[in-house]
Unconditional design. Structure first.
Length: 270
């Protein structure tokens, strides 16, 4: 697995561009965790879906018809579905989703966006209430497609009611670019690895997040805790120092300074 300095992967930066590049980025990240993945084979599976979908979509079809054809093909015909399991972080990996036709909402949304882009549908991933949607600007206004729910369409008012019903106060969608989607994916799998107690792979995810944004202070704190849990005290001390340099007045600054004092004493004893 790679170190903290660089992902070695180029991630698309602009919404609506490079969706297949985004899908291949997620595939490449999966290969870092599982080097045995047949990356060319997975790309072939992805491109088979693209080819079959294009063949059944008339080039002059209306936007609404294209959305219908995408949903019908991906969810009804091919049988893709969401299957959330906090005990299986690899369920978000696109190779698993392509092979098993089920997986986590982030990976499924990446696949949905990739196929939509090949149909000329300009969809923008947005986050709202802990959920991912694909926003389509249509003549009648904004439509929010839900890849984790068979591509069901919601208008903004329906979306606001849906997120309010599950206790979320914010009803303003937050747009995500390609890097934002990669970060969302990494945070999902990091959470799963932490549930499993797999500190090594959780550390991999944090390193990848920090390669995307080296100034992400919460991830520096997370990495320090992981290093501490793995008894890598010098690395933990360095990350705690970096965290305090970035957020000297953080709410947990005193607690972090306490951890630093403890680790420094422990390091001197060893």
């Amino acid at each position: 697995m790679g170190g903290a300095g660089s992902t070695g992967i180029e991630t698309p930066r602009n919404p609506g561009q490079g969706r297949l590049d985004l899908a291949e980025t997620i595939l490449a990240l999966a290969q870092e965790v599982d080097p045995g993945i047949d990356l060319p084979g997975q790309r072939a599976l992805l491109h088979r879906l693209v080819t079959h979908l294009r063949l059944r979509t008339p080039p002059t079809s209306h936007v609404g018809d294209r959305v219908y054809l995408l949903n019908e093909y991906l969810f009804a015909e091919e049988g893709f579905t969401v299957a959330v399991s906090v005990g299986d972080p690899r369920g978000e990996f696109l190779d698993r989703i392509l092979e098993r036709r089920r997986g986590g909402p982030v990976g499924l949304t990446v696949l949905y966006l990739s196929l939509a882009d090949q149909l000329g549908l300009t969809l923008e991933p947005v986050a709202l209430g802990g959920h991912l949607f694909a926003r389509l600007q249509a003549a009648g206004g904004e439509v929010f497609l839900d890849p984790a729910n068979g591509g069901v369409s919601l208008f903004r008012q329906e979306l606001a009611r849906a997120v309010s019903a599950v206790g979320n106060r914010s009803t303003r969608p937050v747009p995500l670019d390609g890097r934002g989607m990669v970060a969302r994916f990494l945070r999902e799998v990091k959470a799963g690895f932490l549930v499993q107690g797999d500190l090594e792979h959780a550390l991999w995810a944090v390193n990848r997040l920090l390669a995307l944004d080296p100034d992400e202070a919460p991830e520096l704190r997370e990495r320090a805790r992981l290093h501490e849990g793995m008894h890598e005290y010098a690395a933990a001390i360095a990350d705690y120092h970096r965290y305090l340099e970035r957020l000297p007045s953080a709410n947990d600054a005193e607690a972090v300074r306490g951890r630093l004092d403890h680790l420094c004493r422990a390091a001197r004893l060893h």
